[in-house]
Design a binder for this molecule. Structure first.
Ligand SMILES: C[S@@+](CC[C@H](N)C(=O)[O-])C[C@H]1O[C@@H](n2cnc3c(N)ncnc32)[C@H](O)[C@@H]1O
Length: 205
């Protein structure tokens, strides 16, 4: 279950072709223990990424309703959200099929039943649904066009008063991201900042 090496394949490939090498992360998030199976060609295989951790530690979850973790990777954000509030229905999505399989496995492994995992591009897998909260550690490596589409596309699946919470490195899109948030939601807030990362939050009116 160990011996993971970085591979040249992007973590956002739809159908990774690299030989699969599994790993296991054991960690605590918001005081609760979690275990995550990871694999080569999936984001942050050796540890929960610092940005991911900041999003999980700071995320404001609704009391009930539904939550979307878009670009879920092996599932840390969405699985943690579902574990912290069993009343939520949490949908995790990713373009990477390997990530989707891992996220499903990790939901079971952490005994979190209120989770559903879907594969597909951006909001396509949840196009007809609405959420009270959208969470994302976006694929910055895939390019700012994808990140922008992820932000601008959110309102179509957000209920009134829903929040969109996204973690990024503080130096990424210093001017551009606040502008995109303002244009999309009419508001913008830095809801957490630590270790070179910040969580940007927009609220649908
Ligand atoms: C920075 S990683 C974050 C993964 C996970 N949320 C975490 O924090 O560990 C971004 C994720 O977005 C996924 N992704 C990239 N492009 C995507 C797209 N067009 N639609 C959906 N997911 C995408 C990648 O496969 C990757 O798993």
């Amino acid at each position: 279950m160990t011996n993971i090496k970085d591979t040249p394949e992007h973590y956002y490939a739809t159908q990774p072709k690299s030989e699969i090498k599994f790993g296991l992360i054991q960690t605590r998030l918001r005081g609760r223990p979690f275990e995550f199976i990871t694999a080569s060609s999936v984001f942050s295989v050796k540890r929960v990424d610092i940005g991911t951790r900041l999003l999980i530690e700071s995320m404001a979850l609704p009391e009930s309703g539904s939550v979307l973790d878009i670009g879920c990777g092996y599932g840390a954000v969405g699985i943690a959200a579902a574990a912290f509030n069993h009343k939520l229905h949490v949908i995790l999505t990713d373009v990477n099929r390997r990530a989707v399989l891992l996220a499903r496995q990790n939901a079971e492994r952490n005994k979190v039943p209120n989770v559903e995992v879907r594969q597909g591009n951006l909001y396509e897998p949840v196009a007809k649904l609405t959420f009270n909260c959208v969470l994302s550690n976006p694929p910055v490596s895939a390019g700012m066009k994808t990140v922008e589409a992820l932000i601008r596309g959110a309102t179509a699946v957000m209920a009134s008063k829903a929040t969109f919470q996204m973690v990024v490195r503080s130096k990424i899109g210093k001017k551009a991201l606040p502008q995109i948030f303002d244009e999309t939601f009419g508001n913008f807030q830095v809801s957490a900042i630590e270790s070179g990362y910040r969580v940007l939050t927009g609220k649908k009116q």
